[in-house]
Design a protein around this ligand. Sequence first.
Ligand code: GDP
Ligand code: MG
Length: 264
Amino acid sequence: SSSGNGFPNFRRKPVIIIVVGMAGSGKTTLMHRLVAHTHIKNIRGYVMNLDPAVMTLPYASNIDIRDTVKYKEVMKQFNLGPNGGILTSMNLFATKFNEVISMIERRADQLDYVLVDTPGQIEIFTWSASGAIITEAFASTFPTVVAYVVDTPRSEDPTTFMSNMLYACSILYKTRLPLILTFNKVDVAAHQFALEWMEDFEAFQTAASSDQSYTSTLTQSLSLVLDEFYNNLKSVGVSAVSGAGMEAFFQVVEASADEYMDTY
Ligand code: GDP
Ligand code: MG
């Protein structure tokens, strides 16, 4: 049902997919792969880049923050360092975001998805006022989901896995949007271990107990908390490099968009 969201002209399409994740998790490479997949499968997508500081992108974007805001000039004009420059550029772009939303609305009949790439440093998007404004503008107009990209090989260590999941948890509670744990780089390490840890917190505790450091008791307690968090999540394994998991990814996006329509 689409009656729950309370917005009179709310549509089921396009679905906005906001791609977030730690620096190096593979967001940009995954965007490239997703774009290629939409072309092959005749899925109608729009691509948006929200990273003002990126030099070159491997994919062509329809909407690019760099067309509106010149990051280097913003740094000079306001006498800012790199992070301040990115943040201020996002703030400037956020003030014009209603124009971006209108543009997508005008093309809504021709679009299935809008893929959104975010700045390399995750907190610049997830913990800034402009990130919140942009997310809210999307979510009040279109079904919106968050793809949280995980560097799977780097998460095989239980403590690192836990930290990554806690971060994902904070994003879920901050955005209140359906969150897709997107285990990337499965060409290097399968995400089976993650599924097992999420399914069975005792399996995770066993893995964590081999770590004798003081954090392991904390890790074990937190795993109980995360058990509840996992119940509210969908997950999928992908490889931006090999292309594995693309069909599954879009299936999970569809299920998440349905969840969005039922919830909001
Ligand atoms: P971002 O900072 O999250 O945008 O990450 P990038 O897309 O720039 O990727 C960071 C690094 O991870 C690059 O060296 C990519 O080639 C690599 N990478 C990204 N996705 C994959 C993947 O699925 N498999 C492998 N093996 N490497 C990947
Ligand atoms: Mg990137």
